[in-house]
Design a protein around this ligand. Structure first.
Ligand code: DC
Length: 221
C-alpha cells in the first residue's frame, strides 16, 4: 500500500446525496482541491456511448480502455480531465450517461485505470475526493473518511429539481452489489445525513471529526 504525499479526505455516499455540493464546500473551507471521481466514471461512459461501444459487453469495454487517452489536470481549486483531447463536462449528466454509468463502473479495467489516476492526484495536492470507494479502495489508509446519505425520497426529489432523469434507487443497488469495489460504509467513516443537515452544518460536523482525527483545520477567513 502506498501512502499519498498529501492529506486526502475520502467522501463516499449514495447517488444524488449531495456529495458534490458538500465536497466543494468542504474543499473551499480547507483550501484543498476538490475531485469528483463520479465525473471520471461518467466521462468514460460518455466516451463509450459516443463510440457506440456496447457498455454491457465487459470484454469490449475493457479493450476500449486500452485505446482511450485520459489526461487529468488541476484548475484553481478544482480538478478536470480530457478524454481523447475533449472536455466531456457538459455531457456528464445526460440521461443516457446516468443510465449506463453503473454498468461501466463495474468493469475491472475501467476501475484499475481510474483508481490509478486518482491515487496519483494525492501526490500533487491535498484533496477532498468524492465517490463510492474512496475510503475503502482508493485511499483505505487515509484517517479522514466521511459517508453521506439521505432518504431515497429526498435524493429523488433533488434530481428531479435538477431537471434530470436518474434511476437512483437502481444505481444504488447496482453500485452496492457489484463485485468490484462495491459502495460500502468504511467502519472508520463518519456518517452524515444530507436530508437532515444543511451544507454548513455538514461542513461543521465534518471539521469536528477531521480535527479529532488529527487534521489541522485552517482558521476560517
Ligand atoms: O457520484 P455520481 O453519481 O456522479 O457517480 C456516477 C456513477 O459512477 C455511480 O453510479 C457509480 C460510479 N462511481 C464509482 O463506481 N466509483 C466512484 N468512486 C465514483 C462513482
Amino acid at each position: 500500500m502506498s501512502f499519498p504525499l498529501h492529506p486526502v479526505i475520502a467522501l463516499d455516499g449514495t447517488a444524488a446525496s449531495g456529495k458534490s455540493t458538500f465536497a466543494r464546500a468542504l474543499a473551499r473551507r480547507l483550501a484543498f482541491v476538490y475531485v469528483n471521481t463520479g465525473a471520471m466514471y461518467r466521462g468514460v461512459t460518455w466516451y463509450l456511448l459516443e463510440k457506440e461501444i456496447p457498455v454491457q459487453d465487459e470484454a469490449v469495454v475493457a479493450q476500449a480502455m486500452k485505446e482511450m487517452k485520459l489526461e487529468t489536470r488541476f484548475r484553481p481549486g478544482e480538478f478536470t480531465f480530457l478524454i481523447d483531447g475533449i472536455d466531456p463536462q457538459r455531457h456528464l449528466r445526460e440521461g443516457r450517461v446516468n443510465q449506463a454509468v453503473s454498468a461501466v463502473s463495474q468493469v475491472a479495467e475501467v476501475r484499475h485505470l481510474l483508481v490509478a489516476e486518482q491515487r496519483l492526484l494525492a501526490d500533487l495536492s491535498p484533496l477532498v475526493m468524492e465517490g463510492r470507494d474512496i475510503g475503502t479502495v482508493v485511499f483505505p489508509e487515509t484517517p479522514y473518511k466521511l459517508f453521506l446519505d439521505a432518504d431515497v425520497e429526498v435524493r429523488a426529489a433533488r434530481r428531479s429539481h435538477q431537471g434530470e432523469t436518474d434511476m437512483i434507487r437502481q444505481r444504488d443497488i447496482l453500485d452496492s452489489q457489484r463485485r468490484n469495489s462495491p459502495l460500502t460504509l468504511a467502519p472508520d467513516a463518519l456518517s452524515l445525513d444530507s436530508g437532515q443537515d444543511s451544507v454548513d452544518t455538514l461542513v461543521e460536523k465534518a471539521l469536528v471529526h477531521l480535527a479529532a482525527k488529527g487534521l489541522e483545520i485552517p482558521v476560517a477567513s
